[in-house]
Design a protein around this ligand. Structure first.
Ligand code: PLP
Length: 427
């Protein structure tokens, strides 16, 4: 199974004679065995199988196998939300006294986790600006830096990650690169192919694609050697909480994802619900059809906005004039740039409010990446807890409007935006 399209539809489940064609929902917390020895072997990781859904479940496993195949990794773990995926990734790599680096132009919830919550448990996040070069980032690294975090396509700043630069830094210092690929999805970009080591998703976004279920995914690239790397002492010393396991030695390429599951999913319990895994899995069966359509519609919207007098600026990497266009050409398949477009409306917050109220097809929701078009004004909603300086650091101005362009008819979408822009400028 080579093609991304086929993997979207079929990867993760290969029904045997007489089995259900659609992978079933295993709505069971636990799994039964005939002997205590068999159960013991599962706990010791001598055998693979299921014993308690907080650690794993067949429906989740099918989804994990699909995303692993799509990203080209060695294993994955389903989580209750994108935030849970990012938090569990952080705990697996860093602990008290450590630090992580993150680009500042990231989703507001992640920014808050890194900026406010992690320091409370003794993990410092050192932010770097979106236009930082290698030297700027190098200055932030020390012996206790555990990973560098970026979003492939930043929400809502629209910055595309400079994977080549990140790879150069990682190669020089032996540091893990973690990439949030929620907005690009593996149909558009596969960060592991560009040198990233861990990919995280808010599966709530395009993977589900229909605004039905919260979910997160973590994919382990299996391409980072923790063995003997002093920066990752935790991977090289026995885990007293799990049978004295030395992950780097005993788990081979799957060291990270095994540690994430048996140590932190076990302790935190932020597991995806089987029903959500079923829905997200089904959503992913059409991901390869939806992403080109989202991208095509969004490009048309960006072009309309570019030529509209009510608009101060537009950000969409698919526009040749966009500063991220070179990265899109390099890293994004077919120059598909996903469905999110941001723009600055003339007239600030007031015009932003009028514009949103005038839209008919686009609905005001705190969500993106839905098959249905939606709109949001981040400064007064998702990012309203941030200070003015934090907003600037995240790349968000008070006239920024975020459109998540759906897969409806292009003509209907363009008409809706055109009419609402006109109304937004009336006094
Ligand atoms: N990462 C990105 C890029 C997001 O946009 C979001 C949510 O909007 C998250 C992570 C958090 O995901 P969730 O809402 O599934 O926890």
């Amino acid at each position: 199974m080579k093609s991304i399209d086929t993997k979207c539809v079929q990867a993760g489940y290969n029904p045997q004679n007489g089995e259900a064609r659609v992978f079933p929902i295993y709505q069971s917390t636990t799994f039964s065995y005939e002997t205590p020895e068999e159960m013991g072997d599962l706990f010791d990781l001598k055998k693979s199988g299921f014993f308690y859904t907080r650690l794993s479940n067949p429906t989740l496993d099918a989804l994990e196998q699909k995303i692993t195949a799509l990203d080209g990794g060695v294993g994955a773990m389903a989580c209750s939300s994108g935030m849970a995926a990012i938090y569990l990734t952080t705990l697996t790599l860093a602990s008290k006294g450590d630090n992580i680096l993150s680009i500042s132009s990231i989703y507001g919830g992640t920014y808050n986790l890194f900026n406010v919550t992690l320091p409370k448990i003794g993990i410092e996040c050192r932010f770097f600006k979106p236009d930082s070069g290698i030297e700027d980032i190098e200055k932030l690294i020390d012996d206790r830096t555990k990973f560098i975090f970026v979003e492939t396509l930043a929400n809502p700043a629209m910055k595309i990650a400079d994977f080549d630069m990140l790879k150069a830094i990682s190669d020089k210092y032996g540091i893990v690169i973690v990439v949030d690929n929620s907005l690009a999805t593996p149909v558009i970009c596969r960060p592991l192919e560009w040198g990233a080591h861990i990919v995280v998703y808010s599966a709530t976004k395009y993977l589900d694609g229909h605004a039905r279920s919260l979910g997160g995914l973590i994919v382990d690239g299996g391409n980072f050697n923790y063995c003997g790397n002093n920066r990752y002492a935790d991977f090289n010393t026995p885990d007293d909480s799990y049978h004295g396991m030395v992950y780097a030695k005993q788990c081979g390429k799957a060291a990270f994802i095994t540690k994430a599951r048996v140590q932190y999913m076990r302790d935190i319990g932020a597991q995806m619900a089987p029903m959500n895994a079923f829905l997200i899995n089904m959503g992913m069966e059409t991901l390869h059809l939806r992403m080109p359509r989202h991208s095509d519609n969004a490009l048309a919207v960006a072009k309309l906005l570019q030529n509209n007098p009510a608009v101060e600026w537009v950000k969409y990497a698919g526009l040749e004039s966009d500063e991220n266009y070179p990265q899109a050409r390099k890293y994004f398949d077919n120059l598909w740039c996903s469905g999110m477009v941001t723009f600055g409306i003339k007239g600030g917050r007031e015009a932003a409010s009028k514009f949103q109220k005038a839209l008919k097809l686009f609905r005001i929701v705190t969500h993106i990446a839905d098959a249905r078009s939606c709109v949001l004004h981040p400064a007064s909603s998702t990012h309203r807890q941030l200070s003015d300086q934090d907003l600037i650091d995240c790349g968000i101005s008070d006239n920024l409007i975020r459109l998540s362009v759906g897969i409806e008819s292009k003509e209907d979408i363009l008409q809706d935006i055109d009419e609402a822009l006109l109304i937004s400028q009336r006094s």
